[in-house]
Design a binder for this molecule. Sequence first.
Ligand code: F6P
Length: 491
Amino acid sequence: RTLLHSELAGDQVIVVSNREPYIHEMTSGGIAVRRPASGLVTAVEAVMRACSGTWIAHGSGSADRDVVDRNDRVPVPPANPSYTLRRVWLTKEEEEGYYYGFANEGLWPLCHIAHVRPVFRSGDWDQYVQVNQRFADAVIKEARTDDPVVLVQDYHFALLPRMVREALPKATIITFWHIPWPNPESFGICPWREEILEGLLGSTILGFHTPFHRKNFLETVDRYLETRIESEASTISYGGKLTQVEHYPISIAWPEDAQTDGESAADCRIAIRQELGLGAEHLLGIGVDRLDYTKGIIERFQAVERMLERHPEMIGRFVFVQIAAPSRSSLDEYQNFEARVRNLAQRINRRFEDGSYRPIVLKAQHHDQDELQRYYCAADVCLVTSLHDGMNLVAKEFIAARNDEQGVLILSQFTGAARELHEALIVNPYHIEEGADALYRALSMPRVEQRERMRSMRALVKDFNVYRWAGRMLVDAARLRQRERVMTKIR
Ligand code: F6P
């Protein structure tokens, strides 16, 4: 946090993301504020609380649109405001084309290896361009000086850095791509590949989670644009402007106090088991994801099934709770996925049910952060089995929650987190036997080994926290701006 403050030194900070950190919804009791299920929000919100400024996002819960604030602004967090949330309200057509269409039917499957075919429609692209321009205009309007620090988040805004750069050439634009970047061949099928690359190269800093995604991006630029790439320094010179491309693994804010309303991990362990109708003898596994086909939920259930097949003594003893927040549910792909997840859970439950015992508890609804903390603390094992994932902050949240230094993390090798959390049990989620073995190993792991592994992962997450993530990007941006100034003088 100190690093953040010293780097910003009074600069105006403007964040741009699609997802808003606080969703205002109308309920029978008035306006309720909900936090979305989003790794991006978890991370960036902590940074914004620390440095304040303005967060521009798509207004998704329109409860207060006409009621609370006609200027589209609201101070947040509601209980203790430290920054301003400014909503951009999109039309239904814009939301469909830009968010559901181009971002989530096009770029999302393009960037994740989950074997879902990307769909590209010209109409969606037009909306994507238009919405990027609307958000860029909002940034420009929001800027009090000609050199604000603009933090652009994710694949929804690939064109915005360049749009802002054209209007505010002195701005520091830090863009972070929260999802993987594919290899040049894969990316090349996007009909607007050059426009996307040019848009991103409006950034001062362009960040990815892993060196591998950074390398893929540099190779993609090399393939499709006429640029000068300094591989050593990781900078790209395009149109007389420098962009530094780096990897900055995202993280979370380390919890200052226990986050479970004073409940200790031991209390949570008992309370959650009671809520589930289980006893102290039951072993509990947890999965926390958006209901998304990239998360490996099907493969995870299959691993649970195989583990029970192989170790029948676990039938009646092991229960796996899957918390699955509904996501992008108006898209066919997501509806089909949800149906497959539900059917598989049902089939496995029928197979092993005994009296009130069911091995899989599927909670396909939104849970707030406090509830998630309680589940993390109560679990013997947390399964993160994404088929492909930029980072996956659930893995880091689970670790941060375990101040009792117990619990085992099973982690897919295809997450960015697997590059840092070496003491997790690393698995290939496609290999069901391997997943089943890891699950059994986790459930039988001696407490001393759990402690050693957890202690080491906790030290890493505590140290490489989200403030460091943001601070490093700001330091690099300051260096690059300095280099640009020197180059301008020499010329
Ligand atoms: O972290 C990847 C990400 O796509 C974020 O960009 C996003 O906030 C999150 O997953 C949830 O997705 P959505 O915002 O579409 O609900």
